[in-house]
Design a protein around this ligand. Structure first.
Ligand code: PLP
Length: 381
């Protein structure tokens, strides 16, 4: 079954519902009754499993070409549950340009629990020389957030497996429509389902998918024990969002390319970070490992004043955190997504007061460009 078909049909050809409802039912129940002692329908209690959530998990597993997937109450719930697979003393090498919330989680809760971290630039540092006897996993986003740096997943998987480590990839920015890290050798993929998978900025969700059934089962058990699972109604919303994943991303990417090219021409815009531009250092790797470039565009303005002026004057584009929805959003990473990242790390990554991050939606590209144009300071055009 092709990807677009799996998005619509969840990887199944018929509805499991007895009435053949086209929309998969929301099993809004906490518990399931038993016909007799020792019997079960396969579902007992929703923290453990729920048919709507299970349908969603099968869909995401099939899109990521995973052995299985687990749906969580948020992206951070997914990532923190993945970190529960490890023990005190375990060491990780982490891309330093990451979603700020992930860095906050590692820095505070995971370190308190005895895990240790080395932050690196996976696109320029010698990762192999940082591996210690206690190292258990490499953790990256590609493209990274917000600098859009690209790492070669296959090369990283080779390094990881040569040393007996797991490779964990946060695939939120591209979604499985454009990139399937497990097929490139990654062991675990995590997602903020809030973003492209949900796609409508109307709910919070997360996923972890893995290439080994053993890891999937361990994740299921951990999620059930912690209780970090996704509710039935939210599962249904994400299932509905996924139906249009392919066409939303096609359109958003087309818009992003047009906007990136336009931004490059503006005198008050200094750098445009979009991996779909041939001059982007990650362009060739993206061509090799992904089927598209996504719809996230970061850019640097000539001054803090210009950046703030744009944030204050966009009308169609909302000045808001998050990404991956139908509507376009503009973010100021310094005070929003990356506010809790230690300053030296922010500086190393290049997150300063001139950096803006745009999540390009599926509106008309012309309207979006007009909106950005009218938000530029008049003196700078
Ligand atoms: C938003 C985001 C997260 C966190 O997901 P939530 O659903 O907000 O908990 C993790 N990684 C990336 C890349 C994100 O953009």
């Amino acid at each position: 079954m092709d990807f677009e078909t799996k998005c619509v049909h969840g990887g199944c050809t018929s509805s499991a519902d007895q009435y053949k409802a086209l929309s998969y039912p929301i099993y809004q129940t906490a518990s399931f009754a038993h016909a007799s002692f020792g019997s079960s329908t396969g579902f007992d209690y929703t923290r453990e499993s729920n048919p709507t959530r299970e349908r969603l998990e099968h869909t995401v597993a099939s899109l990521e070409e995973a052995a299985g997937a687990v749906a969580f109450s948020s992206g951070m719930a997914a990532i923190s549950t993945v970190m529960e697979l490890f023990r005190p003393g375990d060491h990780f090498i982490i891309e330093q340009d990451l979603y700020g919330g992930s860095i906050r989680l590692f820095h505070t809760i995971c370190e308190k629990n005895g895990l240790t971290f080395t932050y690196a630039s996976f696109s320029s540092d010698d990762i192999e020389s940082m591996i210690r006897p206690s190292t258990k996993a490499l953790y990256v986003e590609t493209p990274t957030n917000p600098m859009m740096k690209v790492v070669d997943i296959r090369r990283l998987a080779d390094i990881a497996h040569r040393h007996g480590l797991l490779l964990i990839i946060d695939n939120t920015f591209l979604s499985p429509y454009f990139q399937k890290p497990l097929t490139l050798g990654a062991d675990i993929v995590v997602h903020s389902g809030t973003k492209y998978l949900g796609g409508h900025n109307d709910t919070i969700a997360g996923f972890a998918a893995a290439s080994s059934l053993e890891i999937v089962e361990h994740l299921h058990e951990t999620a059930m024990s912690i209780g970090s699972v996704l509710a039935p109604f939210d599962s249904w919303l994400i299932l509905r969002g996924i139906q249009t994943l392919a066409i939303r991303l096609e359109r958003a990417e087309k818009n992003a390319m047009q906007i990136a090219l336009w931004l490059k021409e503006q005198p008050c815009i200094k750098n445009v970070y979009y991996p779909g531009l041939p001059e982007h250092p990650g362009y060739a790797i993206m061509k090799k490992q992904a089927s598209g470039f996504g719809a996230m565009v970061s850019f640097r303005t000539d001054s803090r004043e210009t950046a703030i002026h744009i944030l204050n004057h966009v009308k169609l584009i909302s000045f808001a955190e998050s990404l991956g929805g139908t509507e376009s959003l503009i973010t100021y990473p310094l005070t929003q997504t990356h506010a809790d990242v230690p300053e030296d790390m922010r500086r190393k990554s290049g997150i300063d007061d001139t950096l803006l991050r745009l999540s390009v939606g599926i509106e008309s590209a012309e309207n979006l460009i007009d909106d950005l144009a009218s938000a530029l300071p008049l003196s700078k055009i």
